[in-house]
Design a protein around this ligand. Structure first.
Ligand code: COA
Length: 151
């Protein structure tokens, strides 16, 4: 793994919940992070003091693709390429060819971020979120399969 990239420890979960509270209108609780830590994969980036400043939880779905469940970067560190670094690592290193993310219609920065990484919005899901009744935009990316080398 790239030297900046690591995996979260269970002990990071309270800190992640606190970061999440600053970043999302509907933040995850510590219990959500603890469950995600058990159920999904994660990648984090830490600062010099070893505090997590960027995190991503993702899972391999039933259709053989990868779902980006949550990706976030501490506000002070945004727009410096950390989100890109994490997502590019997942896109490059996961053997799966399809990747998806479901974004709130109001999350323009998130949508622009996924577009920049090559995702396309292919579906609008009406009234998707129970909390705010917002629509969701479903972003999808299909990677080119590597061609076999013919000898
Ligand atoms: C979305 C998020 C993870 C992006 O992380 P980041 O490290 O700041 O993103 P990067 O620096 O890698 O940006 C890559 C590209 O995304 C786009 N982008 C990211 N944030 C943007 C913003 N606020 N406004 C417009 N475009 C943005 C830009 O095209 C950017 O490329 P550029 O800098 O060359 O213009 C971060 O804004 C964040 O944590 N948002 C709150 C949580 C969230 O909404 N997560 C997504 C849903 S789970």
């Amino acid at each position: 793994m790239d030297s900046d990239l690591a995996q979260a420890t269970y002990g990071d979960m309270p800190h992640l919940a606190s970061l999440d509270y600053d970043l999302f209108e509907e933040p995850w609780e510590q219990s959500d992070f603890k469950k995600a830590w058990h159920d999904h994969q994660n990648i984090v980036i830490r600062d010099k003091k070893k505090k997590v400043i960027a995190y991503c939880f993702y899972s391999k779905n039933d259709e053989g693709g990868v779902e980006i469940i949550r990706i976030a970067v501490n506000q002070e560190y945004q727009l410096k390429g950390l989100g890109t670094k994490i997502l590019q690592f997942i896109l490059t290193n996961e053997k799966f060819l399809t990747f998806e993310a479901t974004l709130r219609e109001t999350n323009l920065a998130g949508q622009l971020f996924f577009k920049k990484l090559g995702f396309k919005c292919i579906k609008q899901l009406k009234d998707f979120f129970n909390d705010t009744h917002e629509d969701a935009y479903y972003f999808f990316l299909k990677k080119e399969a590597e061609k076999p080398i013919l000898i």
